[in-house]
Design a protein around this ligand. Structure first.
Ligand SMILES: NC(=O)c1ccc[n+]([C@@H]2O[C@H](COP(=O)([O-])OP(=O)(O)OC[C@H]3O[C@@H](n4cnc5c(N)ncnc54)[C@H](OP(=O)(O)O)[C@@H]3O)[C@@H](O)[C@H]2O)c1
Length: 246
């Protein structure tokens, strides 16, 4: 497969890129730091039997004017785009966001508006070539309004709703939309937070998401245990949610 990855230099995106490269998929990396991208492309080349070092292009979720040129560069390098994977995103602890409107505005914009605008650029290109896969990392935090993730969770709830609508509208036209809902995964994003009992590792999530990408599953909870956890959380009455700290 020819795969574009936005966010492939860190955390779950890096694990996804490594897993894709290991099985011989051709990659193109998008991100906001040119040095980081070059280092990651060299790392991927050294770990796999890739014929070419993955190409790279600047794409900053805070700068919508970077989206179209980045995807054009990927299409020029790879030819057909079989899949576009978006793992890039921002997190902030609830208390810190409550105290910092500017950071909150950035997080809401990056995780929702700008990610949706990037996906729209990808959607147009994938549909124009007859279809493809769009795999985007949202979060279990978007499933229900919850005290520890009021703001981050709201940004991901919007993203999940967009991805579900996209899947309903365009699957018949060949666009397979895959919404990944990780629970707690040990990456730079969660460094310093206390891991809960079912905390996952990025490599474990990547291998699960890869299977879902191949199958075109519309929703993936990762690690899988989070599907059960969220099934319970979705059913809890509001008065219970108001009492508990989850
Ligand atoms: N870790 C978890 O427990 C968890 C749980 C649920 C959902 N998620 C979601 O899963 C996805 C991956 O998370 P992760 O834990 O792997 O995070 P991570 O290790 O912090 O990596 C985040 C990636 O996003 C990129 N990024 C951030 N802002 C960007 C911007 N403005 N433009 C372009 N790229 C940007 C970062 O690039 P830089 O290196 O340039 O900063 C980095 O490559 C995120 O969407 C996150 O919200 C994570």
């Amino acid at each position: 497969m020819n795969v574009v990855v936005l966010g492939g230099t860190k955390g779950m995106g890096r694990a996804m890129a490594r897993a894709l490269a290991a099985r011989g998929d051709r990659l193109f990396l998008l991100g906001r730091d040119a040095e980081d991208l070059a280092r990651s492309a060299a790392d991927l080349e050294s770990r796999s039997n890739l014929e070419d070092r993955p190409g790279t292009a600047r794409c900053d979720l805070e700068d919508a004017s970077s989206f179209a040129p980045a995807l054009d560069a990927a299409a020029e390098a790879l030819g057909r785009l079989d899949a576009v994977v978006v793992t890039a995103g921002m997190f902030g602890p609830q208390e810190e966001l409550e105290a910092d409107s500017e950071r909150t505005a950035r997080l809401l914009a990056v995780n929702f508006t700008q990610t949706v605008l990037f996906c729209e650029e990808a959607r147009r290109r994938l549909l124009a070539q007859g279809g493809g896969k769009l795999c985007v990392f949202s979060s279990v935090a978007g499933e229900r309004g919850r005290k520890p993730v009021v703001l981050y969770g709201a940004s991901k709830a919007g993203l999940s709703a967009y991805l579900e609508g996209l899947d309903h509208k365009f699957r018949a036209d060949g666009l397979e939309t895959i919404c990944v809902k990780p629970g707690f995964v040990k990456t730079g994003m969660t460094a310093g937070l206390d891991p809960p009992p079912f905390a996952g590792e990025p490599e474990q999530v990547a291998s699960q998401v890869l299977k879902a990408l191949d199958r075109g599953s519309p929703v993936v909870y990762a690690p899988p245990m989070w599907a059960l956890v969220m099934m319970v959380i979705r059913r809890l009455p509001r008065f219970v949610m108001r009492k508990i700290g989850f």
